[in-house]
Design a protein around this ligand. Structure first.
Ligand SMILES: *Cc1c(COP(=O)(O)O)cnc(C)c1O
Length: 383
């Protein structure tokens, strides 16, 4: 029987053509023709004020920490149930991470618990739009305004997903906080192997973002002819990807609608076939709040115990299907557990033990979804 992977990168067919074109154009380092095409499209389509492609979302988050002038002793609030990059970016600048629990009904951070974590040292809140489903941004931006904090949206999962606030205006995720960070890693919806983007929505960061992006130099302004020599003017690093990566990404962006449509079909197939489980107290399916859209980044089920999750993973493995769990609470990680002095984060630990991600990729067929959902059903019935 054929092996069903957890993820399979989807190629639109034009990637190699655009890479060849980039090579033929004779400039394959960063900030060229394809980089600008991608950045312009993101700005126009999603209303980000300024976009810079980066070599990863990790790099975009590191740029954000530099832009916010994070210093030793500053505190940054983020969920514990997330990827390590958001924490690392701020730890690298000496910040203390204040971990927030997840919501009861969703792995994203519990917005109602943020305010009690704010102290005079708090500098930023980093919401993660888990599975591309928006956090309650009215609440988060309200706290940011009240306490004069920055908001960096970790939108790694969240391309082409939206939030509708109390004002009724629908806004792209990553365009609401001061800064948004995206990933084009091969496990995300739109890919370039490794790759990412920083979206800058606060104009005070425009000039400095270009400088940090280009190793702390004012080279971007120099190439636009605004200054006659370029200099080392700030800290920075090599955050920009080569044109080869941008050319690949452009082929994906041209097919964004097609990719999203297919992913949403797959998501709905999973949901339809597992719908009856909503009556079952032993398993929970993803919840999409009324203010959020679903960009079909992933499909998961939340099991009632680690044992139940293991037995489903085992049964699927016997059917040659690879299903995986996701994050492990960062506050309990080998690197952070000794430093962590806060309260127990029960929901974060529950998702660490019980959340199961099902295979999700463009070419996933209906028959395979049947096989996967039937296997889950049988395992739950047998338990
Ligand atoms: C994938 C991911 C990242 C890191 O993205 P890279 O592009 O691989 O650096 C950061 N945050 C979250 C929530 C992610 O899922």
């Amino acid at each position: 029987m054929k092996n069903i992977p957890f993820n399979k990168p989807y190629l639109t067919g034009n990637e190699m053509n655009y890479i060849k074109d980039a090579v033929d154009l004779g400039k394959i380092s960063g900030n060229g023709f394809y980089t600008k095409k991608c950045q312009d499209l993101f700005q126009e389509k999603y209303g980000f004020k300024k976009c810079l492609l980066t070599t990863s979302c990790t790099d975009a988050l590191e740029m954000a920490a530099i832009l916010l002038n994070i210093e030793p002793g500053d505190e940054v609030i983020m969920p514990s149930y997330t990827f390590v990059s958001a924490a690392n970016a701020f730890v690298l600048r000496g910040a203390k991470i204040i971990f927030c629990d997840s919501r009861e009904d969703h792995p994203g951070m519990d917005e109602s618990k943020i305010e009690e974590l704010i102290t005079p040292k708090t500098k930023a809140i980093v919401p993660v739009h888990y599975a591309g489903v928006a956090c309650n941004m009215d609440l988060i931006m309200g706290l940011a305004n009240k306490y004069k904090l920055f908001v960096v949206e970790d939108a790694a999962h969240a391309i082409d997903s939206y939030y509708t606030g109390k004002d009724g205006i629908k806004k792209a995720l990553g365009s609401i906080g001061h800064i948004g960070a995206f990933s084009f890693h091969e496990t995300k919806n739109i890919i370039s192997g490794e790759g990412g983007m920083i979206a800058i929505n606060d104009e005070q960061f425009f000039d400095r973002s270009e400088i940090i992006w280009e190793k702390g130099t004012n080279r971007s302004a120099f190439f636009r002819g605004e200054i006659d020599k370029y200099n080392w003017v700030d800290i920075g690093s090599s955050f920009l990807p080569s044109e080869i990566i941008a050319a690949f990404l452009w082929a994906q962006l041209e097919n964004l609608e097609k990719i999203q449509k297919k992913r949403i079909t797959i998501w709905k197939s999973y949901k339809d076939r597992l719908k009856h489980l909503e009556e079952n107290p032993n398993v929970k399916l993803p919840v999409i709040p009324a203010y959020a859209t679903n960009n079909a980044h992933m499909f998961y089920v939340v099991c009632n115990s680690e044992e139940q999750r293991s037995s489903i993973i085992e049964k699927l493995k016997k059917a040659n299907v690879l299903a995986v769990f996701h994050y492990l609470s960062l506050h309990k990680s080998p690197f952070y557990q000794e430093k962590y002095k806060g309260p127990a984060l029960e929901n974060s630990d529950k998702y660490s033990r019980c959340l199961l991600r099902l295979p999700f990729f463009f070419e996933l067929g209906e028959n395979t979804i049947d096989l996967i959902t039937n296997t889950i059903d049988e395992t739950i019935k047998a338990n």
